[in-house]
Write a protein that binds this ligand. Sequence first.
Ligand SMILES: N[C@@H](CCC(=O)N[C@@H](CS)C(=O)NCC(=O)O)C(=O)O
Length: 217
Amino acid sequence: MARYKLYCIGASGNSFKVALYLNCAGLDWMPVGIDFAGGVQRDADWRADVNAMGEVPVLEVDGKRMSQSGAILMWLAETTGHFAPRDADERQEALRWILFDNHKFTNNHAIHRFQKSFTTPPPHPAVLAFMRSRAESSFAIVDKHLASRPFMLGERPTIADFSLAGYVFYPPEETGFDIASEYPAIHAWRSRLAAMKGFVPPYELMPVGSDLRVGRT
Ligand SMILES: N[C@@H](CCC(=O)N[C@@H](CS)C(=O)NCC(=O)O)C(=O)O
């Protein structure tokens, strides 16, 4: 039995942030699928037992269960040393980007993708347009930041990169964003991440739980 157990599904980019970290850090981990499409995360027993917030990812280590990808990445960096910020200034910078990611970069992109590709009936076009414009605005900020450095904090990858990487490896037809042609610095950065030892794309890294692509319209 692996030491690190990650409750997740393949379509969850928030889970991918942690899965990719565990894989690139070479830690002994395994994905544990959940019936997301069946709504298990809304079940009172699941919330009492696994995560009161009703979300994946959840990381289980030595009987302790943790949620929130940013907090999990911080904990992993502190307890393993892999991809960790080096000092207080780097910690502040990593946290700054992780919070921006959770509030804007991942959030708008992920909700736009979910509404576009996984909800039935489809949302009102104005909803998609609103989410898209919010996502474009945060993409432009990150693209500008990455135009002058290889990774979010500078010369080497840290947990901030894993956080922002959550949704940038899903297919463009699923996300509705063609990063390769529209955001050159984000594209170059994700190519550097994809070249890292341990990199595996999301659906292959987490081939467990509900497959939201099945039966999509
Ligand atoms: N800020 C959270 C977001 C987690 C999140 O939104 N997870 C989604 C899957 S990617 C989820 O479980 N959603 C269930 C729901 O909202 O009901 C994190 O970074 O872990």
